[in-house]
Each structure stands twice: as structure tokens, then as C-alpha cells.
Design a protein around this ligand. Structure first.
Ligand SMILES: Cc1cc2nc3c(=O)[nH]c(=O)nc-3n(C[C@H](O)[C@H](O)[C@H](O)COP(=O)(O)OP(=O)(O)OC[C@H]3O[C@@H](n4cnc5c(N)ncnc54)[C@H](O)[C@@H]3O)c2cc1C
Ligand SMILES: [Zn+2]
Length: 620
């Protein structure tokens, strides 16, 4: 409790970075493992911070949990790494500094698909050993995801009465990923029992200061800040931070004027920064009152109409609806694509879906082709977006571009692996999973970027997600759909299905879902095509009967195409009675096959309407 007593009417100077300092010395391996293999190196760092004037030291345990250590095969070393870390810091500190057991956020800047259950397990184990070794307090730091920080804070609060410092990290000034204001986040942390609340990392002193300006002093808790030294530069393959200790010290003073009482440094800071800061703050007293002009974060979002365009998920609830996939060409002769789009428009489809480099092979950008078909044929484009080809920056810029072009229908998918495409060595990005991409788009629909920055307008995306029903355990695929709905999916589009019985099973397994499904139908073009799809394309399985039917006409290309159409029609007959949405996938730009199937569906609809009319008349 002494630490908190000291803060009652004074400041506490904390230490600076551990990780980036080790990195600057050339350490390229797990930093926390050095507690065991190079204890003197860690103690030298503690010693240097202590001599610089730090009154609070952090243990070298930022990533010393099961989840992060397992990346180095060190998952069994959680206990020893944490125990050693506390001993090293305490031996150095003696009675001259407090020792905080540090536990870093796991989810990091992108909300990686790691469950809270796993985070809790990892956290509990590390917490146990840090408390066991009698630290003076806990430093929960670098949490970009508030949900994660709140979860672990509650666990820590139950386990100890020691001082707990809870620090978030921000991408943008004053606002958390997801759009919550820093002030509100700190409020919530205080309510959950954090003794000191604040922010660390990511922002240099300038942006940290701007983030803390205009936020009120916490009610009971104290305020902390551990800014980075600067923004990092990338020189000769290494990240370098500007080293300007005097500037850092001046900014630290300004931070104290905003109410900060526990002040240290994060990435890029060194003992020189802490020394300059300690000297500058020597006789400085904390502020006790702060006048704040509350400045609510202006989302300024207003929605933009889609020009009367009804979203597909509503259309398909109301009536039968057909969408057709026609993929952009892999070459620059686009005549055939445009002819196909025109023919499909005339056949009366609801939307044309265009893959995003499907099978991981480059095609003309679907955004460009979408612009062309809208311009030429006033056809509704549905643009697939994969997480494979664009990082978090590229994805957002792509989505903003689509919105500005008036393209509001997207399908959010992971993307086929590059291994199966034309460039098997190409990198795959996967900054986001398909679930996270759906969430991102839905956040943009609220007027916020990934980092919480206001977009000044709400996007109006209607978001489809992928459904692969061709799996052994259908219930598992359905539970993925449920998660996608939770993430915000408005409707589903499925892989092609080639089995009548399975189609009934799919209907049974999905009928409870609150969102509609477009069921996939792809006409086969030949027996070879059928065999390839069956044996080599992930997510597609054909029945023996269908393969035999195609094999029986293998000698004649025309007959093969006819047989393919006839199989597709019979699958449509089944699908038609079970689902309102039909998704036809055009094989090899043979759009005339898709046109024939669309016409077939319309004829069915027509007959049905006639029958209903007739029946109705009869009743009257
Ligand atoms: C309608 C549709 C359109 C598509 N368009 C494109 C496109 O334009 N470009 C492109 O490159 N790819 C496209 N794909 C392929 C798609 O990206 C991959 O097939 C993807 O892995 C499945 O969809 P998802 O991205 O939603 O995956 P998710 O459901 O998020 O699955 C991601 C990972 O989980 C695994 N997984 C999926 N289901 C299960 C399960 N039941 N149990 C355990 N693990 C599972 C998968 O193997 C995958 O590795 C499309 C797929 C569909 C259905
Ligand atoms: Zn940092």
C-alpha cells in the first residue's frame, strides 16, 4: 500500500522500456527467457533505471505467459521465468524502488482470434507466480482491447489487494479501438477496482499528452502514463526510436500538469530518458484539480442512403432471389466478361458477385469490374473481399473506396490459401480473420474506423459471409455461421452443393438461423471438371451418381455441358423449395450456362405464380 501512499501527494517516477532496450542490444530471441539465461543483463538494465532515478521498476515479464512463451516452445517455463524475474528486480531494487509485476495484453493491436478463456488461463498462471514471489504491485499494460483488460483486471482484483495499475494502448488520440473514449475506458477500469489507470505504448509523448488533455482526474484512482519515446523509424531493417531525453522530460512535465502521477516510459525509452525526466520532475507536485471542458468525441456520422437500393438480405426474405458469380478475367480482354454481365442483367438477376482473386490467382480487381458493370448495365455488384491480399490498412482503404463508389454489397471471406494459386510463394496477410473483417465492416457502418477514428459518415455495407456446408460435421459449420452472425453477418452465401439429400440436411440444420442463405449451384462443364472439383477443390464434394452421369457423356463436350445444365436444374428444383436465395456460380466464363439456369428459375417462379393465381381465383 506504500506505493499508493506515496502517490497521495507526490509523483512516482517509473522506469522505461525493457523490450526495445534489449532489441537495441541485438537480442532477437524471447526477452523474458533472459531472466534465466542472462540474469546479469536484466539486472544491469534494472540498475541503470534505478540509477537514473526510477522509483518503480517493472519485472521483465511483459510476455511471460503461456500463450506468448509457447511461440518459443517455452510454455513450460512460465513459473521459472516469472519467479526469476521478480527476484532479479527485487534484488536490484532492495528498498529503494517498488517492484511491479508486469503482465502485457495478449490480443495486441489487431484483435487476434484468441479466446478470453485462453487469455484467462494464461493470465491466471502468470499472476499466480508473480504474486507468489511477492511483488509490490501489478502493472497490466499495453491492452488495446478493453474487454481483455477488464477481464484480467477482475481476476487480479479478486486475487490481491496489492496496487493494480491498468493501462490501455491507443491507436488514435483519446479513443480506443472500437470508438470508446479514453476517459470512459479509464472510468470503467477504476470502477472495476484498478488503483491507478492510464495508458502506455504506441503513442509518443505528443499524442499521449493530447490524449490526456481534457480528460478529468479519476475519482479515486491515480493517473499513469508510459509514453513511447517517439514514433519508430525503420532504418536498415531495424526499428529505431528518436532519442531526445530533454524533449521527453519536458513532455513528462506537461503530462503531470494533466494529472499524471505515476510516470514512466514505454518503447524506445532508455535510462537517459528516465534520468532527464526524474531531474525535471524533482520538485514538481501533482495537480489536485483539473478543469476540463468536456469534449465528446464527435463521430459526426450520418448515414448515406443507398439510392433506394434494397439490401439483398431484405430482398431474399421477401421473395426468391438469384445472384450470379461471374469472376473478373485473369487477362485484359474484358469483352466476354461485359457480354456476360449484360446477358445476366437481361436475364433478370438481383446481383452479380465477383470473386476476389479466387483460388488465390490474380484477376482484374473486382472493384474495377464492379464500377464498369454499374456504369454500363446498372447491375448491382456484390464484391468479395478476402483477408488474404490486404493488410488492415489496405482493407480499410479498399472499403472506404467501395463506399465512395456506391458499392455497398460485400462478401467477407478469409480467402483461399496462396498455396493453391498461381503464386504459391506469395505471402498471405491475414491481419484479420473473416469474423474480424465482418466486425470491422459493421464498425464502419457505425461511422468508425478500426482504430476508433470517426469516418464522418457511416458506411452502409450489407455484409455476406461464406458458408461451407460440404463438411462431415454440418453442426460445426453451422456453429461457425452462428459466430459470423454474432460478428454481424447479414446473410450467407454457400459453396456449391451437389447432393439433394444433403440440401435437405442443410435446410434442417440452418432453419433456426435468423439470417437468410443463398445456396450455391455450379453447373458442371465436363467429367474432367467434375472429377477435379470432387478430388481437388477444397469445400466441394460431388455424389457418385452425378460423377457417373458426367462420366457417361465424357466423350462429347456438347452433351457434357447439357448434362451439367440438367444436373444443375434438378439441384435447383430441390433448392428452390428449401431456400429463397439461389447463388449460381458461372464456370469458366460460360455465362450462357448461368443465363439458362436463371431463365429456368424465372420460369419456375412464373409457373408458381400462375398456379397461385389460378388457385386463388378458384377459391374466389
Ligand atoms: C461463397 C464463397 C465465396 C468465396 N469467394 C472467395 C474469393 O472471392 N476469393 C477467395 O480467395 N476465396 C473465396 N472463397 C473461399 C473462402 O475464402 C475459403 O473457402 C474460406 O476458408 C471459407 O470461408 P471463410 O473465409 O468464411 O472461412 P472461415 O469460416 O472463417 O474459416 C476459416 C478457417 O477455418 C476453417 N474452417 C472452416 N469451417 C470449419 C469447420 N466446420 N470446422 C473447422 N474448421 C473450419 C477453414 O478451413 C479455414 O481455414 C469463397 C468461399 C465461399 C463459400
Ligand atoms: Zn511499448
Amino acid at each position: 500500500m506504500a506505493l499508493l501512499d506515496d502517490l497521495k501527494d507526490g509523483l512516482l517516477i517509473a522506469d522505461g522500456a525493457m523490450g526495445t532496450l534489449l532489441y537495441s542490444y541485438g537480442v532477437g530471441h524471447c526477452y523474458e527467457e533472459l531472466n534465466i539465461s542472462q540474469p546479469e543483463q536484466i539486472q544491469n538494465i534494472h540498475q541503470a533505471y534505478l540509477e537514473a532515478g526510477a522509483q518503480v521498476l517493472q519485472t521483465n515479464t511483459y510476455a511471460a505467459n503461456y500463450t506468448k512463451l509457447s511461440r518459443y516452445g517455452l510454455e513450460d517455463a512460465v513459473k521459472s521465468i516469472n519467479l526469476h524475474a521478480v527476484r532479479l528486480a527485487k534484488e536490484t531494487a532492495q528498498d529503494r524502488a517498488y517492484v511491479l509485476g508486469t503482465i502485457g495484453g495478449i490480443r495486441g493491436a489487431g484483435k487476434k482470434a484468441i479466446t478470453l478463456e485462453e487469455i484467462k488461463r494464461s493470465f491466471r498462471e502468470q499472476l499466480y507466480w508473480l504474486l507468489h514471489e511477492k511483488v509490490d504491485g501489478l502493472l497490466l499494460e499495453t491492452y488495446y482491447d478493453l474487454e481483455e483488460l477488464k477481464t484480467v483486471l477482475q481476476i487480479a482484483r479478486q486475487e490481491t489487494t496489492l496496487p493494480i495499475i491498468a493501462q490501455v494502448s491507443l491507436h488514435e488520440v483519446g479513443v480506443l479501438q472500437g470508438g470508446l473514449s479514453l476517459s470512459e475506458a479509464l472510468n470503467q477500469l477504476e470502477e472495476l477496482g484498478a488503483d491507478i489507470v492510464g495508458a502506455n505504448c504506441r503513442l509518443g509523448p505528443h499524442h499521449m499528452l493530447r490524449s490526456l488533455e481534457n480528460i478529468p482526474l479519476p475519482k479515486q484512482a491515480y493517473l499513469s502514463a508510459y509514453p513511447n519515446a517517439s514514433l519508430p523509424d525503420y532504418i536498415d531493417g531495424r526499428f529505431i526510436y528518436q532519442s531526445e531525453p530533454d524533449y521527453f522530460a519536458q513532455q513528462a512535465r506537461a503530462l503531470v500538469e494533466q494529472g499524471v502521477r505515476l510516470i514512466g516510459g514505454c518503447c524506445g525509452t532508455t535510462p537517459a530518458h528516465i534520468k532527464a525526466m526524474a531531474e525535471t520532475l524533482k520538485n514538481v507536485k501533482p495537480i489536485t484539480e483539473k478543469e476540463v471542458q468536456p469534449k465528446p468525441i464527435e463521430i459526426e456520422a450520418h448515414s448515406v442512403s443507398q439510392g433506394g437500393q434494397e439490401q439483398l438480405q431484405h430482398v431474399v426474405r421477401r421473395r426468391k432471389s438469384i445472384i450470379v458469380e461471374l469472376d473478373p478475367p485473369k487477362h485484359l480482354n474484358i469483352d466476354c466478361f461485359l457480354e456476360g454481365a449484360q446477358a445476366l442483367k437481361e436475364a433478370g438477376i438481383d446481383a452479380l458477385t465477383m470473386a476476389d482473386n479466387s483460388l488465390a490467382s490474380p484477376r482484374i480487381s473486382n472493384m474495377a469490374m464492379a464500377a464498369l458493370i454499374r456504369q454500363h448495365f446498372d447491375l448491382l455488384p456484390l464484391v468479395h473481399i478476402t483477408c488474404r491480399d490486404r493488410n488492415l490498412i489496405g482493407l480499410q482503404s479498399h472499403l472506404l473506396g467501395l463506399h465512395c463508389l456506391g458499392m455497398h454489397h460485400v462478401l467477407a471471406v478469409t480467402g483461399d490459401p496462396t498455396k493453391i494459386g498461381d503464386f504459391p510463394g506469395a505471402t498471405s496477410v491475414y491481419d484479420l480473420s473473416s469474423f474480424e473483417l465482418i466486425q470491422l465492416i459493421k464498425q464502419m457502418n457505425k461511422g468508425l474506423s478500426f482504430s476508433g477514428k470517426p469516418l464522418k459518415q457511416q458506411t452502409t455495407f450489407s455484409v455476406a459471409a461464406a458458408f461451407n456446408p460440404n463438411v462431415r460435421h454440418l453442426e460445426r459449420a453451422v456453429s461457425r455461421l452462428e459466430k459470423k452472425i454474432e460478428a454481424g453477418a447479414d446473410y450467407f452465401i454457400s459453396q456449391p452443393v451437389y447432393d439433394h439429400e444433403h440440401m435437405h440436411k442443410i435446410r434442417e440444420a440452418t432453419k433456426h438461423l435468423p439470417v437468410p442463405i443463398y445456396i450455391g449451384i455450379m453447373p458442371l462443364t465436363s467429367s474432367r471438371n467434375a472429377e477435379f472439383l470432387h478430388h481437388e477443390v477444397p469445400g466441394i464434394k460431388l455424389t457418385d451418381e452425378i460423377r457417373q452421369r458426367m462420366a457417361s457423356v465424357a466423350h462429347d463436350p456438347h452433351l457434357s455441358q447439357q448434362e451439367g445444365i440438367s444436373i444443375a436444374k434438378s439441384l435447383i428444383d430441390t433448392a428452390y423449395n428449401l431456400f429463397n436465395g439461389i447463388y449460381i456460380i458461372t464456370p469458366f466464363m460460360r455465362y450462357e450456362m448461368s443465363v439458362e439456369l436463371v431463365t429456368y428459375i424465372h420460369a419456375k417462379q412464373h409457373t408458381e405464380q400462375e398456379r397461385e393465381l389460378h388457385h386463388g381465383k378458384h377459391i374466389v
